[in-house]
Each structure stands twice: as structure tokens, then as C-alpha cells.
Unconditional design. Structure first.
Length: 198
């Protein structure tokens, strides 16, 4: 299973295929998640906070996968199992469509062909989401191990999305973290997103 950009979420029907605005591929968030994971995984001296380094090097898809595997040696095996489950879900979609009484035979055929045509695209999106969620789980583990109390990043939609995912995962954790996600203004009059962890 490789990491690579697929695209926005498709909406597939017997009328065709459209792409949904605002439903971006998790690939774009995975890059930021890996950046945060790498940045927080070191000994913290005083305040146990992570502040984003603007000069971070852009990672290739292969480098991102290598980093994730370094945190989970059996990641690819686990991902394959999760994708097998997703493939079964895709197969059941076709079965459900074939039983829709309100559709004509030609409409069913078109819809199923559209699903078949988009299968590899949707599977790649699922792969990216699976890797993203594994990355988030590894961030949570590092937060626990290192005792991270704060993560500061630039304020943008993508960073905010990743911090919200981390926040949700922390709040759902059995150890019950309390978190606060806020926007601050820096000394340089720049906006930053700050995830506070208690």
C-alpha cells in the first residue's frame, strides 16, 4: 500500500461522478500530521510544547511511509487488513444498488460501472485516511510518552484540521485528557493555532 494523493471525495450515482468541495483527501493532512509527529518526538526540556518550524523540509511519499513504519513496524500489514475490510464495503455497495427497485436495469448497470471505474481512486483515498489515522494514534502515543502539554502551529485550515483530529482522539482516549484548541496572535502579529493538553 503506497501513499499518494488521490483527490477530493467523489459522489457516485447513476447520473455520473462529481467531486465534493471541502472533502479533501486525507493525504494533505497526513503531511502535516507526520511533520507534527516528527517534531514532538524528542526529549523536551522545560515547557513540553511543540512550536512549528517554518523551514520544514517537504517529504516525499516514500519518506512519509518510511517515517510511519518507523513508529509501527507492522503498519503495512495492518493497513492491508483495513483495506480488505474497505474492499468488502465497496463490493456490498454494488450488491445494494442491484437490489434498488426504483432503478431501471440500465441505471443500475451505469451506477455499478461508475463505482467500478472509481474503485482504485476511492481505495487510494481510504489508504491515505488509514495512514493518517495511524499517524494520529502515534502522535497521541508520543504526547503520552513525552508528556506534551502544548502544540503550536501556524493558523491555517490544514493545521487546524489536524489539531482538531488530535484533540478529538485525546478526548476519546481512555485516560481522559482535557484539551483546548485556540487561536493566538504571536509577538510578530501572526496567527497561530494552539492545542493545550491537560
Amino acid at each position: 500500500m503506497t501513499i499518494k494523493y488521490a483527490g477530493p471525495r467523489p459522489v457516485i450515482t447513476h447520473h455520473g461522478v462529481e467531486f465534493k468541495d471541502g472533502k479533501e483527501d486525507k493525504y494533505v493532512y497526513l503531511k502535516i500530521g507526520i511533520e507534527i509527529l516528527k517534531a514532538i518526538d524528542h526529549e523536551h526540556v522545560d515547557n513540553k510544547s511543540y512550536s512549528h518550524d517554518i523551514d520544514t523540509k517537504e517529504l516525499t511519499d516514500a519518506e512519509m511511509l518510511d517515517i510511519l513504519i518507523s513508529y509501527e513496524y507492522d503498519l503495512e500489514l495492518n493497513t492491508e487488513k483495513e483495506i480488505d475490510g474497505y474492499s468488502q464495503h465497496l463490493e456490498s455497495e454494488s450488491d445494494q444498488i442491484s437490489h434498488k427497485a426504483y432503478l431501471s436495469d440500465i441505471e443500475k448497470e451505469i451506477w455499478i460501472k461508475n463505482l467500478t471505474m472509481m474503485k482504485s481512486y476511492r481505495t487510494q483515498r481510504a489508504v491515505n485516511k488509514i495512514y493518517y489515522m495511524h499517524c494520529i494514534r502515534n502522535i497521541i502515543n508520543i504526547i503520552k510518552i513525552r508528556g506534551i502539554k502544548e502544540i503550536d502551529t501556524p493558523f491555517s485550515e490544514k493545521y487546524w484540521h489536524v489539531l482538531q483530529t488530535i484533540q478529538g482522539s485525546l478526548e476519546n482516549d481512555k485516560t481522559t485528557f482535557r484539551t483546548d484548541l485556540v487561536i493566538n496572535e504571536t509577538k510578530d502579529k501572526q496567527l497561530e493555532a494552539v492545542l493545550k493538553i491537560e
